[in-house]
Design a protein around this ligand. Sequence first.
Ligand SMILES: [Zn+2]
Ligand SMILES: [Zn+2]
Length: 265
Amino acid sequence: MSRRESGLLFKVWEGLRDLVYPPVCAVCGSPEENFLCSSCMEQLEKIHEPCCLWCGAPASAPVADCYECRNRDFFFEKARAYGLYEGKLGEMIKKFKFKGVRDLHPVLASFIHQTYQEFFGNEKFDFLEFVPLSKKRLRERGFNQSELLARSLSLRTGIPLSGALVKTRETGDQARVGNYGEREGNVKDAFALKDRGVMRGKSILLIDDVYTTGATVNECAAALKRGGAYRVCVLTLARSVKNGPQEPGRKVGNIEIAGVPFSKI
Ligand SMILES: [Zn+2]
Ligand SMILES: [Zn+2]
């Protein structure tokens, strides 16, 4: 069969498939060709600069360390996320992660790639790493959402995927643990490297789906640093701005977390 004929056959197959299963928006189910309809797309709360230069929390002016990350020992140098873990983006991630709606993977992978280009495009990384699941959790869920995102980013950027981190013990579900002090205790020393030598002197971009208080990615970054990594940055799909310490006057609806303006430090 010639290339032209096989192309024609593919188009006929696509037409038949669309007749039986018309393409729909992966979030709201309305007819849509591109995974996500424009109405759902508009409702995503994307995080733009200015933000905290360290943890990436949205801010009204660039800050060197915002209220959320001041007085904390972070082992990563910079964290950034595509959008807020609310509304449509929160819905998409929950469907992808807990209900196994794999159709959402391409669109979520494109969000991770966009965020990489926006915030990390000029940096050099030796490896992409992802937050591992425990063996038990991986068996239950059947896939690791962070690994899938890291794998697709590796394909798009050419940065090798590492997979050197392992979870060394079961932890309570972070989503059920309250404040960031408790969350830090819950994941303390829960991650390690399979082979400590591989990270020596390396620059790592760590991928996860959601940054809530930063406790999980921070423990992973600590394990990477113990293994000799010299720089660890964090890239997530979403970040929560609700679970951190509450500062009087901070707004979440219109995204304003007051901090110390960079110029005043
Ligand atoms: Zn929609
Ligand atoms: Zn911060």
